[in-house]
Design a protein around this ligand. Structure first.
Ligand code: D41
Length: 779
């Protein structure tokens, strides 16, 4: 194809894509396809410089000008906006509009509403559809010429689409930086140890003020048009709303949240709706701009000072405020992590009064260089925890006090230790300093003990009712409980000592605790509060390994065989279980009669997964992957034989490369490697897995494996959740609807359509008594 035609084709395709992507939010071309077009265009233009024109999409970044930005007078002043801070201000505004227009209050006036973007207002001129000049708003009368920088903003059209635009057209809009781009920009700055921007608005302003357009081009800026200025050689609609729709057709992005509403009621409803959406918009807004939609009415209303009488900005509550950091205190979490909390001079921000904010960890304190007595910026968006985002170092008086990590736990006085980040390689541990400090006191620390107990008894753990914060505090303060195990030895008399307990309530709590000596293994493991082990992981451990004993002794390498358990979690579990104090607590609970409903054999899935070959793959032998490991396993059949092999023997293995041989010899020479593989094999055999004779492995099939049960109606002796837990423990799937695949329906009083459907399909049905008998028999 003629390259000149191809160049034009590529430009059209790229412009079309930009329009769909930036203006309509509806891209149809994958990024990679777009990149290909762009590269092709750049190459063709390089080969044919005579056809390069400055409205080509490749020509956004021009040369660096040698002086600063020229000051230019606006042909038509850029107005400012009056603010409304409350519903009443908006009501007054609309009343004044009616009065000035001599319209009765009952008559409905239409308003165009749009979010008020928190960016930089600018003016852009298009002459014969081409971008000729862009100015900052400045003081409204004079701005700075930032044409070269604005040209680099990806969604600013260098040429307007279509051909029905006025010959001279001034667009007014806001250049802003979306939050995601802002976060990425700051992330990159942090990596390079450069200064970060405080907020997206400052980042947008800083990016537009760059003397080198190439830097501006690298910043994720966007334009959103909100009105027009000079219009010559053509006309625009009488409606503001319709005008913006037209700008959109010409290729300018307008705000997709823009709406046309009727009167005060419509304006108030729009406020509610947008306030709810605010945090999810992807860009910062600080309010809503309401504009009388009809331009003829706008003209009648006119201006006061420099603000139109036909528009108003209704502000949202600020999400950032300045206040004083009175102190930093340290709190101790369940796992001993010491977290700094900022105590602030109370300040109204994001719609509430804030007096505490999170500081995350000591790295954050160092990063912010925060000191007691500093003036700080607090940010609160939506319902998230307020945080300190910046220190106003320029306001320091010299009396501010640096913040020190406490060397001893503020609660128990134990030493505070900086956590080590550990990476586990083949039998080796590499560690580096983490940013978390921990109290080493464990359960000796009353803060950790209280939270450990609250977690132990919580609903998804052992679910013991009646042990709220107040009661746990008392039990700990009076030293009645020094570990979760002590809960089981508490007597009715112990509870009688506590505030608010009488004979009956004491007996109830006693019984509630004793009843939980019988629970499921999964709940129990979750209840232990092992770092990194949530409900899901606890369930995996319980169903895969089947017994507390196996979970207690499992090597971390074995744990990583279980679904979704990685190195870090595996080592955390093993570390917890090896700890002497934890072992005593577990022993004590078992001695006190703790039993689990769902103890059983190893899960068949796990047994099926681990073969000799898999063991070899796990031991990561350089040069040996799946096939190599299988060949080795077939050849040797036992680990013993493999460990005794020498180079000569290895060379006899069929289809085993020299590279694999060298890798294996290296491992065989490594004592730690041999010890680890030996220990793993021993453990697998202890757990009942022997790959030489896999057929003989004793696997306990669960009684309800593969069955689907449905619960309906009310149960009296237990909740439906409990019934579900017990059936799941027996291997059943519990479903919400009856089908021909249902094995059994448990129907209590009040059972309706599910019961009739079961009867219709001939599915087995049992009542509560039947279920209880069944559970009794099976467990
Ligand atoms: O989003 C904005 N920041 C925005 C600013 C907007 N959506 N509409 C605006 N409309 C106007 C008038 C009513 C004067 C055309 C504005 C601004 N003005 C404005 N921005 C900065 C000063 C004034």
């Amino acid at each position: 194809m003629n390259p000149e035609i191809r160049i034009q084709q590529l430009r059209d395709q790229i412009n079309e894509h930009n329009y769909r992507y930036y203006v309509l939010d509806d891209p149809t071309l994958p990024d990679i396809e777009y990149d290909r077009l762009f590269i092709e265009l750049r190459e063709l233009e390089a080969a044919h410089p005579e056809w390069v024109s400055d409205d080509s999409p490749t020509q956004r970044v021009g040369a660096k000008p040698d002086s600063g930005f020229a000051e230019v007078r606006h042909e038509m002043p850029m107005l400012s906006l009056d603010n409304a801070f409350a519903d009443q201000d908006l009501t007054d505004f609309i009343r004044r509009v009616h009065e000035r227009l001599k319209r009765p209050a009952a008559e409905v006036i239409q308003f165009s509403c749009e979010p008020k973007l928190d960016g930089i207002a600018i003016s852009i001129f298009y002459e014969q559809g081409r971008l000729t000049r862009a100015l900052t708003r400045g003081d409204g009368y004079t701005g700075e010429d930032i044409t070269l920088n604005v040209r680099t903003v990806r969604n600013v059209p260098v040429r307007l689409r279509g051909d029905d635009w006025p010959e001279r057209l001034e667009i007014r809009g806001e250049i802003y930086m979306p939050r995601a781009g802002f976060e990425k920009l700051n992330e990159r700055a942090r990596e390079k140890d450069e200064k970060t921007f405080v907020n997206p608005r400052n980042a947008a302003a800083g990016s537009l003020r760059q003397l080198d357009p190439a830097i501006t081009a690298s910043r994720p800026l966007e334009l959103c048009a909100y009105s027009t200025g000079i219009v010559e050689g053509g006309t625009l609609p009488d409606s503001h709303y319709e005008t913006l729709k037209l700008l959109q057709q010409w290729g300018l992005r307008i705000n997709p949240e823009m709406r046309l509403v009727d009167g005060l009621e419509g304006c108030l409803a729009y406020y509610e709706q947008l306030a709810n959406k605010r945090d999810g918009l992807g860009y910062d807004i600080d309010g809503i701009v309401y504009k009388v939609d009809d331009k003829r009415l706008q003209e009648t209303l006119g201006y006061v000072a420099r603000a139109p009488r036909w528009a108003i900005a209704r502000k949202f509550p600020a999400q950032e405020e300045i206040t004083r950091l009175n102190a930093v205190e340290f709190q101790v979490g369940r796992t001993g992590a010491i977290t700094p909390v900022a105590r602030l001079e109370p300040v109204f921000v994001g719609g509430v009064t804030v007096s505490n904010a999170t500081l995350h960890n000591m790295d954050e304190i160092a990063r912010l260089d925060i000191r007691e007595g500093d003036q700080v910026i607090v940010h609160r968006a939506g319902d998230v925890i307020p945080k300190v985002v910046r220190v106003l170092t320029e306001k320091r008086t010299g009396d501010e006090k640096p913040i020190q990590v406490p060397s001893h736990c503020p609660v128990c006085g134990s030493d505070v230790e900086r956590t080590q980040l550990q990476r586990h390689g083949k039998g080796k541990v590499h560690s580096s300093e983490g940013s978390i400090y921990r109290c080493v006191g464990r359960l000796v620390c009353s803060a950790q003990l209280k939270q450990a107990i609250l977690h132990f008894v919580s609903r998804r753990a052992l679910d013991i009712e009646g042990l709220g914060e107040k009661n746990v505090d008392q039990l700990v303060e009076r030293k009645l409980v020094r570990s979760p195990a002590d809960l089981f030895s508490l007597t009715v008399e112990d509870f009688l000592q506590l505030d608010g307990f009488a004979q009956l309530s004491s007996e109830n709590l006693y019984n509630a605790i004793q009843a939980r000596k019988q629970t499921t293994l999964a709940r129990f493991i979750f209840a232990l509060g092992i770092p990194e082990v949530g409900e899901e992981t606890a369930r995996t451990l319980a169903t895969s390994l089947g017994s507390l004993q196996r979970i207690r002794t499992a090597l971390p390498e074995l744990l990583t065989w279980l679904p979704d358990i990685g190195n870090e979690v595996a080592f955390s579990i093993a570390h917890f279980m090896q700890d002497e104090h934890n072992r005593q607590i577990l022993d004590s609970m078992i001695e006190q009669g703790m039993v689990f409903d769902d103890e059983g054999g190893l899960s068949p899935a796990l047994v099926g997964q681990i073969s000799f070959a898999q063991l070899l793959i796990k031991m990561s032998i350089p040069g040996v992957a799946q096939t190599g490991a299988e060949n080795l396993a077939n050849y040797f059949t036992t680990l013993e034989a493999l460990l005794e092999a020498d180079a000569a023997r290895l060379s006899q293995i069929p289809r085993f490369s020299a590279k694999a041989r060298a890798g294996l010899l290296e491992c065989l020479a490594d004592k730690e490697w041999c010890r680890l593989i030996g220990a793993l094999e021993q453990q697998l055999s202890d757990f009942g897995m022997h790959w030489e004779c896999q057929a003989e492995v004793a696997v306990t099939e669960q009684p309800l494996s593969g069955q689907t049960w449905v619960l309906t109606g009310t149960l009296e002796s237990m909740t439906r959740d409990e019934a579900k837990d017990r059936l799941v423990a027996l291997g059943a799937k519990v479903s919400g609807s009856v089908s021909k695949n249902t094995d059994c329906v448990v129907a209590g009083p009040g059972a309706g359509s599910k019961l009739s459907k079961a009867e219709q399909l001939g599915v087995r049905v049992m009542d509560e008594a039947g279920l209880l008998a069944f559970l009794q028999e099976k467990s």
